[in-house]
Design a protein around this ligand. Structure first.
Ligand code: HEC
Length: 141
């Protein structure tokens, strides 16, 4: 159950929201760090707020809809970035991703939204907050 549920959930949302069609605009490059990109330190408290904010998506989801209590995270989440995330590899052909790229990946795939501006305090904040979740994450296998 724990292993299957996220994949099923995502497949369902992909089907319901036409994620595939949206991502087809320019899937991999939308989540790829632009040239000269320098990650900024982010505001963790703002990140937590955004993580629970359905306004970030176009489909009524927030990050927490799937990831509350470490939900939907697979064993890869325990590894230092960059690493392989199955969803980014399978849907976007990305062999490895950075954490901020994966935040963008969930913005464009399950959240069915546009990627956040790379220099935004929102992306920095979500990345910083997600990094705190990673610290307490223990894979189930
Ligand atoms: C509909 C469910 C859903 C929503 C909503 C969602 N995600 Fe995800 N997320 C997933 C799934 C499924 C994976 C991929 C797991 C895999 O392939 O290993 C994932 C993977 C991730 C990863 C990578 C984990 C790793 O293994 O390194 C991060 C980070 C992440 N999501 C952050 C977010 C953030 C931030 C948001 C909100 C902007 C968000 N997610 C919204 C389902 C969701």
């Amino acid at each position: 159950m724990a292993k299957l549920a996220p994949a099923l959930l995502f497949a369902l949302f992909a089907a319901l929201t036409g994620v595939a069609a949206h991502a087809a605009e320019d899937p991999a490059s939308q989540i790829t760090r632009p040239a000269g990109y320098k990650p900024q330190p982010g505001d963790v408290a703002l990140g937590e707020k955004l993580f629970n904010d359905i306004k970030l998506s176009t489909n009524g989801m927030s990050c927490a809809s799937c990831h509350a209590n470490h939900g939907a995270f697979q064993a890869s989440f325990a590894k230092p970035y960059p690493h392989t995330v199955a969803m980014a590899r399978d849907q976007l052909g990305r062999k490895t991703v950075y954490l901020d790229e994966m935040v963008q990946g969930c913005m464009v795939m399950p959240m069915a939204a546009k990627p956040l501006p790379w220099d935004s305090k929102e992306l920095a904040a979500l990345t910083a907050y997600t990094a705190t979740l990673q610290k307490t994450f223990k894979p189930s296998r």
